[in-house]
Design a protein around this ligand. Structure first.
Ligand SMILES: [Zn+2]
Length: 215
């Protein structure tokens, strides 16, 4: 499995991960504010092979704003944790928060993911871990073969996600981090900032300590 990170092309963008197995997944889409730049970066990584699916770690605009444009371009299915999928299908901007950059949130066709679902990329399987706390429907994706963990805004290399947005909860975030600490985590691939190709468990342990102090 090859993991490429497309770093932000706009200050509001999340990281976008291109996960290449026999099938190719995009994890998150950025805010979608510089579509031509983003597509050029994607094309250089995809090399003519369109992604098979898009997985959204949660419903905030900086992770989902590019999804409509990418679906139009590639025609692939989109998946999200079931609670945030409801928000996305409604285009509920009170949770998506597109208005913070003056962008209208529009409904998106999204399929539900549930705890324990497996996305098979051929040779590699991403398991869905529901990790509420930053949003109520946030997910992480874990590859048990390599220990890679895609964390969205649940935990970063050096910090944890905010819990003061609509549908956030510090107590739930702490519980989610404790659950992640029971996995075999090597690489940590967060929604913002630096990724770690190894040693990701330390970020999770530090996140637990931070949240214990905060709560
Ligand atoms: Zn977020």
């Amino acid at each position: 499995m090859v993991i490429e990170c497309i770093e932000p092309v706009h200050p509001c963008d999340s990281n976008i991960y291109v996960v290449i197995g026999e099938r190719t997944a995009l994890i998150d889409t950025g805010a979608g504010q510089r579509p031509s730049e983003l597509l050029a970066r994607l094309d250089s990584v995809l090399r003519g092979r369109p992604p098979d699916l898009i997985i959204l770690t949660h419903c905030h605009f900086d992770h989902v704003g590019g999804v409509r444009m990418l679906v139009e371009r590639f025609g692939c299915d989109v998946f999200a944790g079931h609670k945030d999928a409801v928000v996305l299908r409604r285009g509920d901007d009170s949770v998506i928060m597109g208005q913070t950059i003056g962008v209208e949130s529009r409904p998106v066709e999204v399929r539900d993911l549930f705890e324990g679902d497996v996305i098979d990329l051929g040779g590699h399987r991403l398991r869905v871990i529901c990790t509420p706390g930053h949003t109520s429907g946030g997910i992480c994706l874990h590859d048990e073969t390599t220990g890679a963990l895609f964390t969205g805004d649940t935990v970063f290399a050096y910090g944890v996600g905010r819990t003061d947005f609509s549908s956030g909860s510090p107590a739930e975030l702490l519980l989610s981090l404790k659950r992640l600490s029971g996995l075999d985590v090597q690489g940590l691939y967060p929604g913002h900032g630096q990724l770690l190709r190894s040693g990701g468990m330390e970020s999770i342990r530090n996140g637990i300590l931070m949240m214990r102090d905060y709560i």
